[in-house]
Design a protein around this ligand. Structure first.
Ligand SMILES: *Cc1c(COP(=O)(O)O)cnc(C)c1O
Length: 390
């Protein structure tokens, strides 16, 4: 038998923090400002549930959540129980609504951390009821979701009576704080009629819920960013913006005036290459130089969430000037033509999304080059990219 080698000792030397200069900046003032813009759009009496699922659409959940809470939102919404627990662990005490329901095995954590799940099945209620009894004392607040046409999550209006019966039985353990639905087509150019139909189906459920529970649920809500920007009749008691709070919109035409993009994405020139005409650049040789060129090597690629689909189309900012990408964006590296920008040298900032002086690469522009949704761009900036708060 061969001897078993001793375990490798742990490596204690840390790489210095910015060996690879690629990062995202998340502007806290912009997040706070956007809460005000949304608040003004919906009227001061309406509450805001700030959607911070998926690491706050890639902006960093705890950083964004703190900014939103300080700006005065009613609470936060996440998709997963894990995301809610992460916010609690970061010391955030505000109401947290879990949009994704009550996964089996999550009920005790929900009760213990005071999360407020969205519910739509009897099974959700059975398991929450049992968990509250196990915890002895306290109650769990829930938001009941009605499926009015998204056909994804929520109880169909026809199945609402049975769910309300179960809620009545659980009135000592489960408190209905909200009644909600979610729109499928609020962002579509021709989506108004479908959104109205969903809204009417939702409002039609309210008397029945009120009768069954002996009071109207305190918070009726349905508006995402698109609905709140376009249709005032969807505002009700509370609105649920996500992308608007980050300064975006599902489409450029739906952006509320005055929003400020909160996230910018940057890297640096690490090398400048002088290459002859006719050289081919990058994988597949897809970049072709038709003149002697100076190319900047930029250490950012699709593994960072800079989309491969920007290859051959996208532009970045260097020294305040727009410069085209050359060839394919690869996993870790992108090449940029800086022939027309004098003096570019290693260490110069490269802005992939955001401003340099008066020049700006906007979210919708990047979406135009790539066919990506604005949501995909910010959610897609990978964990490998450090977020710096500002
Ligand atoms: C994600 C989400 C929102 C926010 O949507 P935006 O388009 O980002 O405003 C609102 N409500 C629900 C149920 C969601 O899942």
């Amino acid at each position: 038998m061969r001897p078993v080698p001793p375990p490798t000792p742990p490596i204690t030397v840390q790489a210095p923090p910015s060996v690879r200069p690629t990062w995202a900046e998340v502007d806290r003032d912009a997040l706070v400002h956007n809460v005000r813009v949304v608040g003004d759009a919906v009227g001061g009496a309406r509450r805001i549930l700030a959607v911070v699922k998926a690491d706050a659409y890639g902006h960093g959940a705890a950083h964004a959540a703190r900014a939103f809470v300080e700006a005065g939102v009613f609470g936060l919404a996440v998709s997963l129980v894990e995301e809610g627990i992460e916010l609690r662990a970061a010391g955030i005490a505000a109401p947290i609504v879990v949009l994704g329901g009550v996964p089996e095995g999550a009920e005790d954590a929900i009760v213990a951390t005071g999360l407020r799940p969205v519910v739509w099945t009897r099974d959700h209620l059975d398991r929450l009821d049992a968990a509250v009894l196990r915890h002895a004392g306290g109650r769990v607040r829930v938001h009941v979701k009605v499926d009015t046409g998204m056909s994804r999550l929520g109880v169909l209006p026809s199945d609402l009576p049975a769910l309300l019966d179960r809620l009545r039985q659980a009135r000592d353990t489960i408190v209905v704080e909200g009644l909600m639905t979610h729109f499928a087509r609020a962002g579509d150019a021709d989506g108004e009629a479908a959104t109205r139909a969903q809204h009417e189906a939702f409002v039609a459920c309210v008397p029945e819920v009120t009768r069954a529970l002996g009071r109207e649920p305190p918070l009726l809500h349905c508006a995402n960013s698109a609905a709140l920007a376009r249709f005032g009749w969807t505002h009700l008691d509370l609105v649920r913006p996500g992308i608007a709070l980050y300064g975006g919109a599902p489409r450029a035409e739906l952006a509320l005036p005055g929003l400020r993009p909160a996230l910018s994405f940057h890297s640096e020139v690490v090398d400048v290459r002088e290459l002859p005409a006719k050289a081919r650049v990058g994988y597949g040789g897809h970049g072709r130089l038709d003149r002697p060129s100076r190319l900047a090597v930029v250490p950012v690629g699709y593994a960072d969430g800079y989309p491969h689909a920007a290859s051959g189309r996208g532009e970045v900012l260097v020294r305040g000037r727009r410069c085209p990408l050359v060839g394919d964006v690869s996993m870790d590296i992108s090449m940029v033509d800086v022939t027309d920008v004098p003096g570019v040298r290693p260490g110069d900032r490269v802005t992939l999304l955001g401003r340099q002086g008066d020049a700006e690469i906007g979210l919708f522009e990047l979406c135009g080059w790539t066919g990506l949704l604005p949501y995909e761009v910010t959610c897609g900036i990978s964990k490998r990219v450090p977020r710096h708060g500002r």
